[in-house]
Design a protein around this ligand. Structure first.
Ligand code: SAH
Length: 406
């Protein structure tokens, strides 16, 4: 370690680690769990800036403390000269926005994730951009306490038409923080707005939609999956939400017919409106439970040329991993049975707790059990506005495998 890192500023409260607990944090992992902490020196309020020090009193990094959370300190800077002040947050936000701008994802009509938490050095903050409107999700108390500053900085950098906050129920338990959905700045449109992605138009309801209204992480996978469709294909899009994979298959994949299924009525209605909006008349949607639907199609002996499986997160913790893997196995097994020889399976998992290897092993089991050759053509992740931090691999969550089923 460089010598200067041992200079510890005396005025900032210190969080001292237990012996042999410092290595991941010298290695720039941003989550300090309560179990690794020896003591807090100095007076702190939750959300305050603290300095993390080793058991030998060496400076490691600056972070924000929350004594209500198992993630006791989230780290933001390893520079001993840094201050976690508005200027610091502005520089981080500028860097995140610039990267998206340079990727060409920030025009007036697009949807894009502007800030992705740890992957942008802003643990606990997610910001999405929908055609000039911004949607913020805060998942840490430290970021929530700085919301006014963040709104001010985002207003300055983006001049958005509106900024709203999307609350999430689980945060109360994890962070001791109540976050309510509300408008923070500007004016929300009365009607759903339209974004353009892969030359397709989608409505995004900024007030009612699930999550942040649209699943931006699948942008590139939708387009790439369409490339693998044989022309004239009969396609099934399971867990279709507002129709992303289905519309790409119809528009870019020359599919003959696409059927999308989702358990949510509003999602299915939005998908139907999106098909009309894009003048795609060979796409239909239906509200049903996908587990039941797949089973019914297998029982009926139906066959498809391509099937997309993009289910919701099946587990939020490692404890229920086996159940989640069983559920993945179940739907992938049924989808495999429904594919004609040479058919294309696009299978996704957005459960961060299920690793790529585990997902792969699940597919191996499906191939063995169904006696079909399953060849992986692409192993993809989320679109690049959802980057993976090399020092916080928990920021990787989305797997999207495209396979040929022999
Ligand atoms: N493929 C979509 C995103 C899917 S998100 C896209 O490209 O935008 C997961 C979806 O699964 C949600 O829309 C949710 O309503 C739906 N869902 C969750 N459980 C379901 C179930 N058992 N049956 C059908 N749909 C379900």
């Amino acid at each position: 370690m460089p010598e200067e890192t041992s200079s510890v500023s005396s005025s900032i409260p210190k969080v001292k680690l237990r012996p042999r607990k410092a290595q991941p944090f010298f290695g720039r992992h941003p989550w300090v769990r309560d179990s690794g902490i020896e003591k807090v020196e100095g007076k702190v309020e939750d959300g305050d800036m603290v300095q993390l020090i080793s058991d030998k009193d060496r400076f490691i990094a600056y972070g924000l403390i929350n004594r209500n959370s198992h993630l006791r300190v989230r780290l933001y800077s390893w520079d001993p000269e840094a201050k976690l002040n508005d200027r610091f947050w502005k520089a981080r936000l500028e860097r995140a926005i610039l990267m998206r701008r340079e990727m060409g994802l920030l025009t007036e009509t697009t949807g894009c994730r502007l800030v992705y938490s740890e992957a942008d050095g802003l643990s606990g903050l997610i910001v999405e951009h929908f055609a000039g409107h911004l949607m913020i999700q805060v998942t840490s108390l430290g970021m929530h306490r700085r919301l006014d500053s963040i709104v001010k900085i985002l207003t300055e950098l983006m001049e958005p038409k509106s900024i709203s906050l999307r609350g999430e129920a689980g945060i109360l338990k994890l962070e001791g923080l109540e976050v309510e959905s509300r408008l923070l700045a500007g004016q929300l449109p009365e009607e759903p707005i339209t974004i353009v992605e892969n030359d397709l138009h989608y409505e995004v309801d900024l007030s009612e939609g699930q999550k942040t209204g649209f699943y931006l992480d699948q942008r590139d996978n939708r387009r790439v999956a369409a490339r693998y469709l044989p022309s004239g294909a009969k396609v099934l899009d399971m867990f279709c939400y507002s129709g992303g994979f289905a519309l790409n298959a119809a528009k870019h994949g020359q599919a003959a017919s696409v059927h999308g299924v989702d358990g949510s009525g509003p999602a299915v209605s939005a998908a139907q409106r999106n098909a009309q909006r894009n003048q795609l008349d060979n796409v239909s949607f239906e509200k049903a439970d996908c587990f039941d639907y797949l089973k019914a199609r297998v029982d009926a002996g139906d066959k498809y040329d391509a099937i997309v499986l993009d289910p919701p997160k099946f587990t939020k913790t490692r404890r229920t991993i086996d159940e989640a893997l069983r559920a993945y196995f179940h739907i992938n097994r049924h989808a495999t049975q429904l594919l004609r020889p040479g058919g294309i399976l696009v299978t996704c998992s957005c459960s961060g707790n299920v690793s790529r290897d585990e997902f792969m092993m699940m597919l191996l089991g499906v191939a063995q059990k169904s006696g079909r050759d399953l060849r992986l053509l692409e192993q993809r992740g989320a679109s690049p506005d959802h980057p993976v931090s090399a020092t916080c691999l928990e920021s990787e969550y989305l797997k999207c495998f495209i396979a040929s089923v022999g």
